[in-house]
Design a protein around this ligand. Structure first.
Ligand code: SAM
Ligand code: SF4
Length: 320
């Protein structure tokens, strides 16, 4: 087991199936750009092999399938069905929800138990302004069908001062009525937000979110697991919400995440652009691949920071 001096080890793996996306959210993609797939994206079989090696070398027991937008790539079905066969404690998926209706059957068939859908607004015009793609009603319809199938849903909302700040409570009510846990993600200084004005203009802190919620509800902080990225709160008899407070309450000191990009690169930290390629390991026999991978994992663990510093690498490459 590889552990650092803070007791951090890799347990959770985020796999970006593709860097491509059918949306171009304003906080993820610079104006006028579209996310395209990476030059040498790996097929599902290679990504599954990489996951198996990481399980053996690092003791990974949780996987989140992400992107880019994981539902846009044809390899989604094969990867999902394959990963569900592996001996893991937990498999989850993060999606913008646009293709949930199209992928509904394979998602249900796979046996996956939980999905995170990113949704920042319930207003059509704002949806178009923030996501710059897709259709709000399709996303909402997709969520209802997933809930009807008995799959747990969490919603990720990025609160933005200039866009959806007045929807904090509306979104919370929408979620609590449906038994959905809402997760506010504090805006992160990633990609084009690292050095521009946009971050300062739009950032809303955990404190301001709690102030807005406090105007309508009483809530209390609840215990979150050691390596949870979210600070969680309970509104008695109503539901639970979380805040991923990168800025207000960084969770780096207990982070157990490792990221695998769609082209086979390993990243130890969202706040570091250093990457190591697993591609060459995939053709080796396991007994030769594992020692090389152990060495890479030591390097990836050493990349972890003590506090989130922002990073010019965009989320789509390394999976949000
Ligand atoms: N396309 C999928 C989606 O949007 O759910 C998965 C990938 S996306 C990069 C994963 C998560 O990262 C989304 O919930 C998105 O809102 C979040 N995200 C992207 N850029 C962000 C930023 N600059 N700050 C905070 N969250 C961000
Ligand atoms: Fe696409 Fe997700 Fe980035 Fe939005 S946040 S542009 S849906 S990858």
């Amino acid at each position: 087991m590889i552990v650092d001096r803070l007791g951090r080890r890799f347990k959770n793996l985020r796999v970006s199936l593709t860097a491509a996306c059918n949306f171009a959210c304003s906080y993820c993609v610079p104006d006028g750009k579209r996310l395209m797939k990476a030059q040498h994206e790996l097929p599902a079989t290679d990504l599954l092999k990489a996951v198996t090696l990481l399980q053996q070398a690092a003791g990974i027991d949780k996987i989140r399938i992400t992107g880019g937008e994981p539902l846009v790539t044809p390899k989604f079905d094969e990867f999902l069905l394959g990963v569900m066969q592996l001996p893991l404690n937990d498999v989850s998926l993060t999606t913008n929800g646009q293709l949930l209706p199209k992928k509904h059957d394979v998602i249900v068939e796979s046996g996956i138990k939980r999905i995170n859908v990113s949704l920042d607004t319930l207003d059509n015009t704002r949806f178009k302004n923030i996501c710059r793609g897709g259709d709000l009603d399709v996303v909402l319809g997709g969520i209802e069908r997933i809930l009807d199938a008995g799959i747990a849903v969490k919603i990720n909302m990025v609160p933005l001062r200039s866009q959806n700040a007045d929807e904090i409570v509306t979104m919370l009510d929408y979620c609590m009525e449906r038994g959905i846990e809402l997760r506010f993600i504090e805006l992160m200084r990633m990609g084009h937000l690292l050095n521009g004005q946009g971050f300062q203009q739009d950032f809303l802190s955990m404190e301001s979110l709690l102030d807005a919620i406090g105007e309508k509800y009483e809530f209390a902080r609840t215990d979150a697991p050691y390596d949870s990225t979210a600070v969680r709160f309970e509104i008695p008899n109503k539901g639970i919400f979380g805040i991923i407070a990168n800025e207000s309450e960084p969770f780096c000191r207990s982070c157990t995440r490792l990221r695998l990009s769609s082209d086979g690169d390993l990243y130890g930290c969202l706040s570091s652009s250093r990457k190591q390629s697993m591609s060459d390991l995939l053709d080796l026999p396991t007994h030769l691949a594992l020692p090389k991978l152990q060495k890479m994992l030591l390097g990836a663990l050493a990349d972890k920071k003590l506090a989130f510093q922002g990073e010019v690498t965009v989320m789509k490459f390394i999976g949000g």
